[in-house]
Design a protein around this ligand. Structure first.
Ligand code: NDP
Length: 265
């Protein structure tokens, strides 16, 4: 029987996940179909999952915390942050995974010498990624517009700054973890702050994909290497797919089909 998958989110019309997963299903001859589902009330996620008869789902903004609550069992990265983006149903039970964090970690593997990382932003993605980077040996500093979100990072032992308190020093990688630059042409932090750290960085990275953000443009103007969020998108998707097919296909087998989806867009 055809296996059904979807991505829950609101909005969800922009998501590249259906194309990525459908190309991989087709390429690997798996009888499955992946749709998109605009879900208004995240509390309905578990009910909708079963109502739609799904084998698996991805979950995007703003329902990643609801996805955590909807699952019967969750992986260690989801556990650490109380949010997840991948759900698989096995014998009536929902298993949750946070593949965003692992996907991001994989996307920066090529910066082998990087150890000191500055995050611009302190939202859900910053939270899961900061934990996994620390476990992998990186030192992560968090800089955020509002102080309110910094508290949980402080409690978890990270160095944190608001814009007013920031003291510039050298960072190997500077990473935009905010949505600033996605819809509007704005920086994730005041330009003066960015100009105090970008020129000495090894690379600047954005989690936003599909466009060159003002942050990455500024980095390029200083001849600093840049990377957008498409590698993270690709890797989180391939890791989610491994869970969807219960590990019957390897990451390396899945990846080329997902890469094709990004090239087509
Ligand atoms: P959240 O809503 O949880 O967090 C938003 C963060 O952005 C907060 O720190 C917020 O700061 C900050 N922010 C928002 N607007 C501005 C602004 N104008 N200026 C400065 N700071 C701002 O978002 P997520 O963590 O869920 O997502 C963050 C980004 O990551 C999104 O763009 C999303 O698309 C992207 N993403 C990409 C993925 C990929 O595969 N490439 C996967 C997952 C996410 P404050 O506390 O002050 O409000």
């Amino acid at each position: 029987m055809k296996q059904l998958f979807t991505i829950f989110g609101n909005p969800v019309s922009h998501s590249k996940s259906p194309l990525m997963h459908n190309l991989a299903f087709a390429g690997l001859n798996i009888d499955a179909c992946y749709s998109r589902y605009r879900l208004e009330n995240g509390e309905m996620l578990r009910e909708k999952f079963f109502e739609l008869g799904l084998k698996g789902a991805n979950v995007t903004v703003p329902h990643k915390e609801f996805a955590f609550l909807a699952c019967d069992s969750v992986d260690v990265y989801a556990q650490k942050v109380g949010a997840l983006n991948t759900i698989v149903q096995r014998e009536g039970k929902l298993y949750g995974y946070n593949t965003d964090a692992l996907g991001f970690l994989k996307s920066i593997e090529k910066y082998r010498d990087a150890k000191k990382v500055l995050f611009l932003g302190a939202g859900g993605t910053a939270q899961s990624v900061s934990m996994i980077l620390r476990d992998a040996g990186y030192t992560v500093t968090i800089l955020n517009r509002s102080e309110a979100r910094l508290q949980k990072f402080e409690e978890a032992g990270f160095e944190t700054f608001s814009f007013e308190q920031f003291v510039p020093k050298h960072y190997d990688l500077i990473i935009n973890m905010t949505s600033a630059g996605l819809e509007e042409e704005i920086f994730p932090a005041p330009k003066t702050i960015l100009e105090s750290v970008i020129p000495t960085a090894n690379a600047c990275i954005d989690v936003i994909y599909g466009k060159e953000t003002p942050f990455l443009k500024l980095a390029k103007s200083y001849n600093i290497p840049t990377q957008d969020g498409s590698a993270m998108l690709l890797y989180q998707g391939a890791i989610a797919f491994e869970h969807f097919v219960d590990y019957q296909y390897s990451f390396e087998e899945i990846l080329p089909y997902m890469q094709l989806a990004l090239r087509l867009n």
